[in-house]
Design a protein around this ligand. Sequence first.
Ligand SMILES: Nc1ncnc2c1ncn2[C@@H]1O[C@H](COP(=O)(O)OP(=O)(O)OP(=O)(O)O)[C@@H](O)[C@H]1O
Ligand SMILES: C[C@@H](N)C(=O)O
Ligand SMILES: [Mg+2]
Ligand SMILES: [Mg+2]
Length: 355
Amino acid sequence: MTKLRVGLLFGGRSGEHEVSIISARAIARGLREGGNGDKYEMLPFYVQKNGLWQGPAVAQQVLETGEAIACSEIIERRSQLWQFPPAAAEVDVWFPIIHGPNGEDGTIQGLLTLMQAPFVGSGVTGSAVGMDKLAMKDAFAQAGLSQVKYMSVSRSEVWSNPCVFPKLCDKIEETLGYPCFVKPANLGSSVGISKVRSRSELEAALDKAATFDRRLIVEAGVVAREVECAVLGNDQPKASVVGEITYQSDFYDYETKYTDGKAQLHIPAALSPDVTTQIQEMAVKAFLAIDCAGLARMDFFYVEATGEILINEVNTLPGFTSLSMYPQLWAATGIPFPELVNRLIQLALERHPAS
Ligand SMILES: Nc1ncnc2c1ncn2[C@@H]1O[C@H](COP(=O)(O)OP(=O)(O)OP(=O)(O)O)[C@@H](O)[C@H]1O
Ligand SMILES: C[C@@H](N)C(=O)O
Ligand SMILES: [Mg+2]
Ligand SMILES: [Mg+2]
């Protein structure tokens, strides 16, 4: 039987580069296990931090060592970016697992669409709207999904003259108060996010977030349980069981997410059947609201005292590390990891039938 060649695309010009390598290692394993090895042949491609693509020989090395390749941040000639590894032309279906900007935001999806190549996950619209927390919140509001109070801020306001910046901080304090969360609009894994409790922390947090993105979001801090729900499918997506995260740190920051033992995942979460169903319905509604495909993980806040369920965000290419919620939620719902990888590839082929 001819094996289908799966292009595993990872790394990327993103603050989540290292997370992508760990996710890709797990998917590479999944492509070998559970009978997948008989059906699929993996061709790995690694996008360096400066945006240059490396073909299977180098990519395999990165998968084996788990280490990003050191490279100068600036490429010498932009024409190098047009030189894709020749093996890319042999790929039958792509599995992009680049988290964050330049990968999860519709850019890779646009490239693969132009190449007429089937790929796992959302297309341009779902990826772009899902990545940008401001666009995402507008779409969720339109769909009637409850969210925390927030304000949009631009880098130009943060890095403006000394008269504008204090007024911006005044407005945030009046509208949202403390604690609040300052985030780059287009990122993930909590990179660039700060929880702030004072004016001086707010100023520093805005400056930090502005180094990552032109678009920023500031949200009112909510005291709530953190729950997540995985979604799988194309036009009739299904929701997984709901999981909860607990931790001792101030919030679910990068270190807490990716250090073994710092966060506890409770799957399924101890929630009433009614609350569980509401979260699952909201997750599917959110998936359809922004035109997701294949997979997404929806993050929620559950305010137990009032019964409110607030959607926090969507991740259209969620983490696949051994500590990540998405594969664990499906395993608990009855889809083991290799079968999940297989289904995602089949969903990609269903969505992009050969012409
Ligand atoms: N408005 C808020 N109130 C309380 N906590 C918040 C709020 N926003 C974010 N947090 C905390 O920050 C964490 C990261 O936020 P968020 O999920 O929006 O960021 P992210 O970078 O997209 O993360 P990831 O993609 O890895 O899930 C949340 O899991 C939560 O612990
Ligand atoms: C990878 C990270 N953004 C996640 O959502 O798991
Ligand atoms: Mg996210
Ligand atoms: Mg999140």
